[in-house]
Write a protein of this length. Sequence first.
Length: 252
Amino acid sequence: MTCMNKRSWYIVKKAFLTILFAFAILTISTPSNAQGPNPINGSLPPNSKFPDTNDRMYQQKLNQVRRNQIQAADILREVLYVGTMGQFREPEDSNYVNYCGPSSTQIALRARTTEIPELNEIAECEQIIPRWGVYMTNVTDCLNKYLDSDFYWTDIAESKDELASWLKTDVDQGYALITGVFTTYMRGWNGYSTSHIITLYGYDYSYQVFSDKMVYYVDTASKLAGYSGPYFNIVTLDAIWSFVNWNNVQSW
């Protein structure tokens, strides 16, 4: 399947998910003020364009991956410092149950700096719609704004191996990766299904302690949003890909 066909399939799949999710809202009970179907956290704006692989600036980003695969091949584990336990958890307030985009942005910024904007400031930057959340493209724009850089791009990983390569490349340079996920089978969500945003901040591809490649992530959701799991998490690459696959878009 070509790159364009894969992306077209993703858009079709995303539309199907939106319809399915809307039906679920009408037929099952969900937490108060929970995530709605349109727009959804981690989604892309209508008519959003993907980076052109022929774009010189994006080529530089992709070349980082190629260099990392050669130059950092021996680095099999790296975990960034992204703050203390619960530091950027969403407030237990119904007005903030869809603030996973801004709070995940705070996590990613903490990997680079101690000067972290307030949650509401980031939410304004990312043009949040409190009932629904934020677009991933806005997350990317605000990360670059606050870091005064052009490091982050919005794109869709086409496989778990590509996601693993993107994560390793970013983390090896001291940057976290932000991704969309769908929560149904995620730890702490107890089967509740919603689109969500999390921050990946480390990896262990050594197979020395675990029998699979492992990924570290932060889930900033509050209990009010329906989450009862830990703040810091580590899961297999297969697991993270299963979470990502139905809400697949990254700021990396």
